[in-house]
Write a protein that binds this ligand. Structure first.
Ligand SMILES: Cc1ncc(COP(=O)(O)O)c(C=O)c1O
Length: 416
């Protein structure tokens, strides 16, 4: 039988009762009886999305047919949705394009950065970066004759002191996808710039989760996905931000026809469109773009500093729950307790992470894991409650106490 320690239960109830963001939960269609702590992997369905998709499919596509490219703004969607995404990362209009996957946008961004710094031979990335970021750094380095250096964010200043003059671009994420550690985007951007290098941020785990100020920080390039904290749906379009000061010299590697200055002239050769429009590649995925556009309305009127405050309250509360209920059972919190160094997830280490996450899902709490031994609990302040965090900790404790899980490791090919 599940018992909740009274003091923590009262604290959760009080924090939730005082939460000014609580009404935002109604902007999502969350399944009954499920505690969803995997929005850092796939955001849940916003209530605004199904009616928009129904309209796009039946009226715009079904009735409007090809006329909808003009009449329903399909053609402009990559730039219009790009601007909507830009507002969430502190980018003024005209610098962000939506489309393709994060991986494709990374390829574009890294290649463009290499072309902007042709006299510099090094590409710096984090050894702990998400695999696609590392693989694409290697691919772009091969194509541009660069050398990849793996430097963790904590060691960047020291590395730049000796090698900075040779660095073309520093490619980092502000949040470690495994541990949830948050790095200082401002300090790292400034350090790269002092060395004359460009900086590329992968905002997959930051966009929509915390305030990001790409323009104010002078970030050169950024990418991110639409399906985590932005809740754009499975495989939602990604985005690319390029600071306006780089547009004129911007060379994109994938010179598809929709990035042409006059796509319908069907000209024999490629002339890039002015501005960020040249980063368009092929025919945009309209259904997904318009689903993402609808999803982004969950942020209407929402102040991301309030989102950040609540996210820290949720993760801080969960760390306290974990300390009391889970540490005695062999779990170790790997996410920093310092709020300034904590993204919007908490990761706990346990040798049986995979089996525990499966058992927890059977108990109605959906989290995920990263091999070999990290359980990840993603919070989204727009819908997560302190009670959710307590429920997760209590059910995890109970699963362990009952030994009600399979200790086998993650089978190859399983997503969660
Ligand atoms: C930091 C980061 N970059 C990129 C990706 C994935 O790239 P893509 O959207 O191309 O699959 C992820 C997925 O979790 C991620 O965490």
């Amino acid at each position: 039988m599940t018992t909740v320690p009274a003091m923590i239960g009262e604290e959760a109830a009080k924090l939730d009762a005082d939460d000014p963001l609580a009404p935002l939960r109604d902007r999502f269609l969350l399944p009954e009886g499920v505690v969803y702590l995997d929005g850092n992997s796939l955001g849940p369905l916003p209530a605004a999305v199904p009616p928009v998709l129904t309209d796009v499919v039946h009226r715009q596509w079904g009735t409007g047919l090809i006329r909808s490219w003009n009449e329903h703004g399909w053609w402009d969607a990559p730039l219009r949705v790009g601007d909507a995404l830009g507002r969430l990362i502190g980018a003024e209009a005209g610098q962000t394009v939506a489309g393709d996957s994060t991986s494709v946008q990374l390829f574009t961004a890294l290649s463009a950065a290499a072309a902007l710094r042709p006299d510099r031979p090094l590409l710096v990335t984090d050894p702990g970066h998400f695999p696609t970021d590392r693989y694409l750094a290697d691919a772009v380095a091969r194509l541009h004759d660069l050398e990849v250096r793996h430097v963790p964010p904590a060691g960047l200043e020291r590395f730049l002191a000796s090698e900075g003059h040779r660095v073309a671009v520093v490619s980092y994420s502000p949040v470690d996808f495994r541990t949830g550690e948050l790095y200082d985007m401002g300090a790292l951007t400034a350090a790269a710039h002092r060395a004359g290098a460009l900086v590329l941020w992968d905002l997959c785990h930051a966009a929509g989760a915390l305030p990001v100020r790409v323009d104010d920080l002078g970030v050169d390039l950024a990418v991110g996905c639409g399906y985590k904290f932005l809740s754009g749906g499975p495989g939602a379009p990604a985005f690319l931000y390029v600071a306006r000061r780089h547009h004129e010299a911007l060379e994109t590697p994938l010179t598809g026809w929709t990035g042409h200055a006059d796509p319908f002239a069907m000209a024999p050769g490629y002339t890039p469109a002015p501005g960020i429009a040249r980063a368009r590649i092929g025919t945009p995925p309209v259904l997904s773009l318009l689903a993402l556009e609808a999803a982004l309305t969950v942020f209407d009127g929402v102040d991301l500093t309030r989102v950040r405050d609540k996210s820290l309250s949720l993760t801080g509360f969960f760390l306290r729950c974990a300390d009391e209920l889970l540490t005695p059972l062999g779990f170790e919190a790997v996410t920093p307790s310092d709020p300034a160094r904590r993204g919007s997830q908490v990761s706990l280490r346990h040798p049986h992470a995979y089996g525990l996450v499966q058992a927890l899902a059977a108990e109605g709490v959906i989290a995920d894991m990263r091999a070999p031994d990290l359980l990840r609990f993603g919070v989204n302040a727009l819908y997560t409650t302190h009670q959710d965090m307590l429920t997760a900790a209590v059910r995890l404790r109970d699963v362990v106490r009952r030994s009600a899980y399979d200790p086998a490791p993650q089978p190859s090919g399983r997503v969660v």
